[in-house]
Design a protein around this ligand. Sequence first.
Ligand SMILES: NC(=O)c1ccc[n+]([C@@H]2O[C@H](COP(=O)([O-])OP(=O)(O)OC[C@H]3O[C@@H](n4cnc5c(N)ncnc54)[C@H](O)[C@@H]3O)[C@@H](O)[C@H]2O)c1
Length: 228
Amino acid sequence: MGKDLAEAIYTPPNNTFKFAEVPLTGVKVNRGMTHDGLGKYLSQVITKAPGSTSNITGILKETKTDVVISYLPVGSEAATKWYVEQILDAGCGMVNCIPVFIARENYWQQRFAERGLPVIGDDIKSQVGATITHRVLTRLFREQGVKLERTYQLNFGGNTDFYNMLERERPGVEEDLQDQRRHLAARLQAGPGQHSRGAERLRSVAYGPQVVLHSHGRNHLWQCTAEP
Ligand SMILES: NC(=O)c1ccc[n+]([C@@H]2O[C@H](COP(=O)([O-])OP(=O)(O)OC[C@H]3O[C@@H](n4cnc5c(N)ncnc54)[C@H](O)[C@@H]3O)[C@@H](O)[C@H]2O)c1
């Protein structure tokens, strides 16, 4: 808290690949409203910063912010709703990049529409991450006339997002998995397995039950660089 954004992004536990030098931005990191932003596992490795919550609506107005992009931790339902209220009060648009359902819900759509504000979401997918790779591979089998019998996707990662995804009871974690399952439309397992992301294994039947094809795929990527 209080650091320039350029410094704050490299503060542990942030541990991603540094692919750019970020000059001082003049943007100070302010204290938000934690709510459920700090998960059960993550709270064992980091300490919540002291201090009272900044006036978020005030800051958004003062800085003439047009659009707020939310990358709150997965499952931050209460925190997301709290920020949406601040965003609406400040008259900003919103891009919700996390799997807490705002943009797809009539209630929230209406609240934004009444104010003539845009809202886009929910959830973001890595450009060439495990989920899209898995989806494309399963489509390939269908397009080639091969019956896909079983498939699963294991995600391993070593960042704070994976600490939160270990907590299956966090809102959105299970929904995110179900969303992946719906798109894959096969008997499968998908989603975060371990705190350590990206392995696919597909089992299919090409010409008959005795001709089984196993297919493995592995993605290894720096998560932060995978998003558009
Ligand atoms: N990385 C990906 O490929 C990917 C793909 C799809 C969805 N997402 C979603 O994007 C979100 C962010 O992912 P990440 O990898 O950047 O996670 P992260 O844990 O690195 O970042 C979350 C940030 O939110 C901050 N935070 C926590 N509670 C807060 C609060 N109440 N107010 C303000 N800030 C708060 C944390 O300090 C941290 O900086 C997650 O919900 C994740 O599921 C990420």
